[in-house]
Write a protein of this length. Structure first.
Length: 242
């Protein structure tokens, strides 16, 4: 083959082929960018959902612990702080209703239960908290027949049921009904000081100061950090010049 001849095995690329290559690369780059953006958006959504779940779970645990320690005001503080970070869920709003019930703020209980329903709280739990609020308010004729079922379906917090009904019985001066319920409460929760505190108030109404003192002494032994228990015990001792 002479030097003037064009090699047959390496044909020159046409202009159209040369132009398609950069265009194809550009399309491929844009496609990769779009996929990356979709992945970023999905990851952000997952992180946001995880954060919301983690915050609600943490706040729920803290609020529940505060309620167990008879500190409903602190439970409301925790729930409020959680609401600043993320929207509350139905379970948190049920705890808020319970905290207001412990404080005797029954109008706030209704508001919290309405919001809990809006945020998807189970209807059964909403009805239960409403029944306990009615019992605590002394509207026992409407809920008294539900007491056995409420105790059975209590999810390991039948002390909440006992407390609401005991307060309702005491408010309506039905001491014949309240003492057997407190006895059952103590049998199921022997380390809970609250039934002893409430029973001491029944003894004081009945002018049995010695029994009141014994119950308050026991409550103070079970929870010496509770200032309200120490205060009530001090009043009883003072009445006896002790």
């Amino acid at each position: 083959m002479s030097l003037s001849e064009t090699p047959q095995n390496s044909p020159p690329r046409s202009d159209s082929t040369a132009q398609r290559a950069p265009a194809s690369s550009k399309i491929s780059f844009r496609s990769r960018v779009r996929r990356l953006l979709v992945i970023i958006v999905v990851l952000c959504a997952v992180l946001a959902a995880t954060k919301s779940w983690w915050v609600n779970a943490s706040i729920g645990w803290l609020a529940h612990r505060s309620l167990a320690e008879r500190e409903p005001e602190q439970a409301l503080v925790w729930i409020h702080r959680g609401a600043v970070i993320t929207n509350p869920n139905g379970d948190l709003l049920l705890l808020r209703a319970r905290a207001h019930r412990h404080l005797g703020q029954l109008n706030e209980v209704k508001t919290s239960l309405d919001q809990a329903a809006k945020y998807g709280a189970p209807e059964k739990k909403i009805h239960r908290e409403n029944d306990l609020a009615m019992a605590q308010a002394g509207q026992l004729n409407a809920v008294k027949a539900k007491l056995p079922k409420l105790l059975i379906d209590s999810d390991d917090d039948s002390n909440e049921v006992c407390e609401a009904f005991v307060i309702g019985y005491m408010r309506t001066l039905q001491f014949g009904d309240v003492l057997p319920l407190i006895k059952a409460w103590i049998a199921d929760f022997p380390k809970d000081p609250e039934p002893y505190v409430l029973r001491s108030r029944v003894w004081l109404v009945e002018h049995n100061i010695k029994r009141a003192e014994a119950d308050l002494q026991r409550a103070h032994e079970l929870d010496p950090r509770q200032l309200r228990i120490a205060y009530e015990l001090a009043i009883v001792l003072q009445q006896q010049n002790r």
